[in-house]
Every structure is written in structure tokens, then in C-alpha cells.
Write a protein that binds this ligand. Sequence first.
Ligand SMILES: [Zn+2]
Length: 117
Amino acid sequence: MKKARCSHCDAITENLPVSHVCKQCGMFSNDWYIYDWAAFVSFKRMHIVMNWVVFTMSLSCLAAIVFLGIDDFFLWLLSLLAFPAVYDLFKSYGALRDQDKYQGHRMRDTCSWIPLM
Ligand SMILES: [Zn+2]
């Protein structure tokens, strides 16, 4: 069951309208909240895997800098990616922990920072 909630008037419909126009208030919105916990969990698990890959890569770069003595600016930049990866890991694990507080997700909640790299 995929219910959707209008972000303007909080009206709940059984399905997301194809036109994204709310029948209650007549407003167009790209920010509908979709109640689909299983899809949300799969997105967040994918984010967790990608963030662990980025975190491991950045730690490897840091290890190469420290232990092998490679002093390369690009490696320093890659090792800085550990910070957004750890931040997003905490956010993703926190979102999966609070199933009781889940009240739908927007499309922007399923986007990750990793394509920005
Ligand atoms: Zn509405």
C-alpha cells in the first residue's frame, strides 16, 4: 500500500496523483510524502553500503599518506571524503532506527550526496 500525503494541506490519498496536483487544495507539488517503508529502507541500505565504500576508500588514502609517505594533494582530497560519509552513515542508521517516527519520505530524502563527488 503506497499512500501519499500532500505537503501543502496534509491530505492523504491512496496513490500519488500522476499530475502531482492535490485534489483537496489544487496545488502542484514535487514534495509529496510517500508512505513506503520498504522502499525507504532499501534506499537507506544502499546509501549505507555506498558510504562504507567511500569511507573505506578515504581511510585507505589516509593510510597511504601516513604509512607509505605518499604526499599527493589528490589523496588528501579523497581522504577528506570520510567526513560526509560518516555524517551520512549516522543519518542513514538513525533513519532506519526510527520506524515509529516514519511519516513518509520525499524524493529528495532518497537522494545521496555521493553523485556530487
Ligand atoms: Zn493538498
